[in-house]
Design a protein around this ligand. Sequence first.
Ligand code: DP6
Length: 352
Amino acid sequence: MNDDLTNGSVSWESPSNIAIVKYWGKHGFQYPNNASISLTLSNAVTRTTINYRPKKEDGEVSIDFSFEGTNNAAFQVKIEKYLALLAKQYLPFITGFHLEIDSRNTFPHSSGIASSASSMSALALGLCDIEAMIAGIPYNTQQFLAKASTLARIGSGSASRSVYPHAAMWGKHPDIAGSSDEFAIGVEERLHPVFKSFHDDILIISADKKSVSSTAGHALMEDNPYSDSRYRQANDRTRQLYDILSGGDVDAFGKLAEDEALTLHALMMCSDPSYILMEEGSLSAIKAVRSFRAETKLPLYFTLDAGPNIHLLYPDEIKDSVAGFVDNELRSLCSDGTILKDHVGNGPKKTG
Ligand code: DP6
């Protein structure tokens, strides 16, 4: 390490993402059992600032972690373990510094929205940035993002996809050049403009804590009787979606998105133990979306993560028709009428 190391600070803002082909099932050092593709969101972001200063004794991870401005012991322990892992293999600088990490979300913690993708990607980007500065590593943008994506993946698989603008894919796929289990790759270059205009209105059907953590959910795939065919299906759908994203077929996109969401929930229903992650309101919203589509012929589609909330996906050109429908028919299904309006975005930003 350099002798003239100084104190410093970096700030990064990184968004959440919504998977269209779902990552569900993992192995080894946080590697996916199938490829996945997501759209990068814009409004649901984590802002993370890391103040760093050299410390006398090199050896242990040393951090102060605050979440939403308050010290958070549970998160601190989680982040210490994560940093100890990174220090061994990826970021040796970590043990030579004391890090003060402050992390804040723009979306409510109790909204039932998973924050691991935005929070772990924001932290990973900040750490990579510090490494590049103090070790003087001349990363180009692609290398920097691949490293940040790798570090984010180790924190949370879906976070690997959040470092890219518009859309990303993660997981080695024989037909997709450059794809990897180690890190996600950006697919924005091949994206048809219609998908850059996509909205994601998140209907908060329930703001309760998830009934099964992602980690426990992934583990259930090990004994799921359908896991092998599921992984094959997900890789086939990844290939299909990869082509749809450049071709711009919104209806094919929407059909695939809905099939994937319902497959994820079906997998959880037939796991042992079995989980039903939808609420009555989720089903009512799905039925209402399907009726709206049948009546209006407008391309409004849905997806869900591993929980009851419904993500409404649609191109910007139908936003006025969707707004009326959402207010009249869907808002009453939401907890306290809460809907988080988001859209496809430009990816992370360095803010300081
Ligand atoms: C249903 O990335 O939260 O949202 O790697 O254990 O942190 P860990 O899991 P996580 O799983 C996300 C699952 C999903 C689908 C997806 O985002 O691809």
